[in-house]
Write a protein that binds this ligand. Structure first.
Ligand code: GLU
Length: 292
């Protein structure tokens, strides 16, 4: 078993991160497996070196040990580029020039009805979609690129739209108690997820592309993470199929919430691990607070 914790250094780790990291670490240790760390720092405008240092420091204090080297997504640009070039050559992606506002407006145009929300926000209405983008020339390096979900699903499936072609094993639970084999169809992907952004403008990648490539590169067998990412797993599964990568087992876990029931956010400094440490808490206190 090989698990991982994949924080973004955009603020202090809080109790929710502690729960996720401890759960993944405990599971690997119980099974004689390995625990890896990945720094998800693709959004350089929000990441800070001091937050990254604080992550290492907090995890060490919690008693967590990880294999080295740590994978940093900011070092993985070449791998993301190669994959995007391949998808471009295969006409599975296309450039998109819509702003968020354009997407929201087009999706809620009267003839379209109410905008449909998928795991990646409003389902893209297809304004910029083209079928043979590669005929435009070489891949534009700084544009937003979207996945043509219809072609992506057609490529990997055998055109039985409506049958259960896609699946992953959920060993934890989704937000509605989903557990076991989770099946979904090409139609669910095309209509309910749509043409997601696979490379953001000037970023050269996206969370979805990086997480799929990096879980495979790190040989992760069990992805342990918050249930807020349960629906996004469908995107990860279609990308794994498209790229010929294995699908790990998934274990989504409950979210740690504040007293009013709201999930903790990075700016929720009151529940930062650093704050508990400064107030004299022990790692055992943190375990107790998150119910471990
Ligand atoms: N970097 C993501 C986060 O901090 C985690 C993504 C994942 O575990 O797949 O929420």
């Amino acid at each position: 078993m090989r698990t991982r914790f994949a924080p973004s250094p955009t603020g202090p780790l809080h109790l929710g991160h502690a729960y996720s990291a401890l759960l993944a670490h405990d599971m690997a240790m119980e099974h004689g497996g390995e625990f890896l760390l990945r720094i998800e720092d693709i959004d350089q405008s929000r990441c800070r070196p001091e937050w990254e240092e604080q992550i290492y420091d907090d995890l060490r204090w919690l008693g967590i040990h990880w294999e080295t080297p740590v994978l940093r997504q900011s070092d993985r640009g070449a791998a993301y580029d190669v994959t995007l070039d391949e998808l471009w050559e295969r006409d599975r992606i296309y450039p998109c020039h819509c702003s968020r506002r354009d997407v929201a407006e087009a999706a809620s145009a009267p003839q379209e009805g109410a905008p449909l929300f998928g795991p990646d926000g409003v389902v893209y209405p297809g304004t910029c979609r083209i079928t043979h983008a590669s005929t435009l020339g070489s891949r534009p390096k700084s544009s937003t690129l979207r996945l043509n979900m219809k072609l992506a699903a057609a490529w990997t499936g055998d055109s039985h739209v409506g049958s259960d072609l896609y699946y992953f094993c959920e060993e934890g639970h989704g937000p509605n108690g989903e557990n076991g084999w989770i099946n979904f169809t090409a139609e669910d992907l095309i209509e309910g997820v749509g043409d997601i952004v696979i490379a953001r403008q000037n970023m050269g990648t996206s969370y979805h592309l990086s997480v799929v490539l990096d879980d495979a590169a790190q040989g992760i067998t069990h992805v342990i993470r918050g249930e807020d990412l349960f629906e996004a797993t469908k995107i990860h599964v279609i990308l794994q199929r498209l790229l010929g990568l294995p699908t790990p087992a998934y274990h989504h876990h409950r979210l740690i919430r504040d007293d009013t029931g709201k999930r903790l956010a990075k700016r929720d400094d009151a529940r930062a691990i650093a704050k508990y440490r400064a107030d004299g808490a022990t790692p055992e206190d943190i375990r107790r607070l998150v119910g471990l």
